[in-house]
Structure formats: structure tokens, C-alpha cells
Design a protein around this ligand. Structure first.
Ligand code: PGA
Length: 239
């Protein structure tokens, strides 16, 4: 079985979310988490069978942070996972490893499991420094965490150049990076973590990707917003 995590970003408006929930109602969601936009968290929690995650959390606790959502607020809704470190937030919102550390510690205080994203740019891969980059992204955060915190984290390897582009690394490249991440965390922090792959996962490539044994599941953007396609991917990952 592979874990399927949908990252619906800001793709859907409310009627489209209602439609997605209705159309996927009869699918087997046991291995699926939907990371919804904040306004739809309640809807997913009340109307669907999905495990529900958020796409972001405040670096601070409850208090004077206009426009933010705190870990305590997410927990009080029933959210159990949250994405941290997505490349879109690294790029568009200039988020840093210090901020990811704060977000992760806030989430763990409220029993929410972080899905921590890492990945290299195309230029970094072409210069063969992808492992240095991914290793650094992990260590800058993990070095400050204790082992009990680390073991609750799920890592998502998402090469920036594969997100939303239709380009996917070869199975060997994904296998190689996933093994590198697992071994690094095992060697340095003595924990064996779940590692997901993300970046242009869709119904056409899911069979091939499923051949990579070391990968524990997927973080899926665009294809997680289309009911039929997402149902198909879930069905391919349930065994
Ligand atoms: P994509 O996005 O599946 O649309 O490439 C993945 C992600 O950003 O998590």
C-alpha cells in the first residue's frame, strides 16, 4: 500500500470542492489524505471520509497574527497533517528553514504530523548537487529537533522542476534520492521515515511509479483535484 496525499493548492472553489467530495464518496480513502485550502477544511472533515490535512500553518501560536492560522486552530478543527516547506512557499513566500522549524514544532505540540517537502531546482540537478541541496534542506531543520519529533515527520521529495510541469524523474533517479534521504535520516538521527515522491504524478505514470518499492507514497497536486483521476490513483495505491 502507498500513501496518497492530495495537495489541492488553491485550484478549487467551493462548489467544485463539494462536487469533488460527492464524486469521490464511494472510493476507498483509507490510504488518502486531502490537504485542502483553509476555507474547505471543515467541509472535508464533515462531509468526506478523507483524512484531512492543511497546506500551511503559522510560525507563531495563537495571538496577534492577522491572516494566519495557528496549529492550535488546526488541531481544534480535527486536522491531522500539514504540509511544510513546499517549494511554492519557499519561492513565493520566501520561507526559510528557521520558519519550517518553528512550524514543525508548533504542529507537533498539537499532534499534527508535518509533511516536510524538499527538492532541488533544475539547475541544481544539472550541476549534480541535488543530494547536497536536499541533505541541507533536511539537516537545517532536523539538527534542531529531538528524535521523538523527527519520527513523526513524513518527508516528501519534490524536485522543483517536476512540479506542475509534466516532467518526472526516472524511476532510478527517484529510487536513488529516496534511498539517500532514508539513509541520511537513519544514519544521523536513527529514525526510518516515510518518504513520498511528488511532482507531476498522474493516472498515466502511477503504474510505473508504483514499481519503486522504496517510495512510501505520493504528494499529488493537479491530479488530486480531478475526481476520476484521483479515484483511479487511490485504487492503484491501495494494495
Ligand atoms: P503536481 O504538484 O502534482 O501538480 O506536480 C505536486 C505538488 O506541488 O505537491
Amino acid at each position: 500500500m502507498k500513501l496518497v496525499v492530495g495537495n489541492q493548492k488553491t485550484y478549487l472553489n467551493r462548489p467544485e470542492v463539494v462536487d469533488f467530495i460527492n464524486k469521490t464518496k464511494n472510493g476507498n480513502c483509507e490510504n488518502a489524505i486531502i490537504c485542502a485550502s483553509f476555507p474547505y477544511l471543515d467541509l472535508y472533515l464533515e462531509e468526506s471520509k478523507y483524512i484531512v490535512g492543511a497546506q500551511n500553518v503559522s510560525v507563531k501560536g495563537n495571538g496577534a497574527s492577522t491572516g494566519e492560522i495557528s496549529a492550535e486552530q488546526l488541531n481544534s478543527l480535527g486536522v491531522s497533517y500539514t504540509i511544510v516547506g513546499h517549494s511554492e512557499r519557499r519561492q513565493d513566500n520566501h520561507e526559510t528553514s528557521d520558519m519550517f522549524y518553528d512550524k514543525i514544532t508548533n504542529l507537533l505540540k498539537y499532534d499534527i504530523r508535518p509533511i516536510f517537502c524538499v527538492g532541488e531546482s533544475l539547475e541544481q540537478r544539472e550541476n549534480h548537487v541535488e543530494k547536497d541541496i536536499v541533505g541541507k534542506q533536511i539537516m537545517e531543520v532536523f539538527d534542531k529537533l529531538d528524535k521523538e519529533s523527527i519520527e513523526k515527520i513524513i518527508i516528501a521529495y519534490e524536485p522543483v522542476w517536476a512540479i506542475g510541469t509534466g516532467k518526472v524523474p526516472t524511476n532510478d533517479e527517484i529510487d536513488d534520492m529516496t534511498s539517500y534521504i532514508k539513509d541520511l535520516v537513519q544514519d544521523k538521527y536513527e529514525k526510518r521515515l516515510l518518504v513520498l515522491y511528488g511532482g507531476s504524478v498522474n493516472q498515466k505514470n502511477i503504474d510505473e511509479l508504483n514499481q519503486i518499492e522504496v517510495v512510501d507514497g505520493y504528494l499529488i497536486g493537479g491530479a488530486s483535484t480531478k475526481a476520476d483521476e484521483f479515484m483511479y490513483i487511490m485504487s492503484k495505491c491501495e494494495k
